[in-house]
Design a protein. Structure first.
Length: 184
């Protein structure tokens, strides 16, 4: 099982089917908060929905030849959120990263540390040349992560996503492996 310890309180690990209840509860607790920026929450209504998602993440390991695309963020033994590559393009060696945290876990530096670790994983283990993060333009907390990690703001895609009753623009951030190596 994939487990990456970041520090004494934080690690990333592969989801397993026994996580369905805890992950569902985290999602439901954060639903109102997350709905401002994530468009899939209306499809998570019962524990089985989280279980199906977890099974899909496990299939992603097969797709990548044994490397997880998505992992649970574990903070002090609890599932705090999720991080992963929503898209992986093997031909062009590009990964598009996504993430979210439960509201009670905000403001502790968890996501910045998890993203930094996932960027390293993408460049070293997956052999990516480019990592992108796409964030709703008004989502200041999520935008702070790539900005803190040295990603370049590359532009804005207008009306990139439908969120329940309106469109939101996405800001695209990119980091190349050579840039990442030079910053290390």
């Amino acid at each position: 099982m994939f487990l990456h310890k970041i520090d004494e309180e934080l690690s990333l690990r592969l989801f397993n089917v026994n996580d369905a209840k805890e992950f569902f509860n985290l999602t439901i607790q954060a639903k109102a908060y997350l709905k401002e920026w994530l468009g899939w929450l209306d499809y998570t209504n019962k524990e089985e929905d989280s279980l199906e998602f977890i099974k899909a993440t496990l299939n992603g390991v097969i797709e990548t030849g044994g490397f997880p695309k998505t992992t649970a963020i574990i903070y002090k033994g609890k599932i705090a959120g999720i991080i992963g590559f929503n898209e992986l393009n093997k031909t062009h060696r590009i990964g598009v990263m996504g993430y979210w945290l439960g509201q009670e876990f905000q403001g502790k530096g968890i996501m910045a540390r998890a993203c930094q670790s996932y960027v390293e994983y993408g460049f070293t283990e997956l052999g990516l040349n480019r990592i992108e993060i796409r964030v709703a333009e008004e989502n200041r907390k999520s935008r702070a992560i790539p900005e803190k990690l040295g990603f370049t703001k590359e532009g804005t895609i207008r009306q990139a996503e439908w969120l329940y009753d309106h469109y939101v623009d996405h800001v695209i951030y990119g980091l190349l492996v050579d840039e990442w190596k030079n910053k290390k």
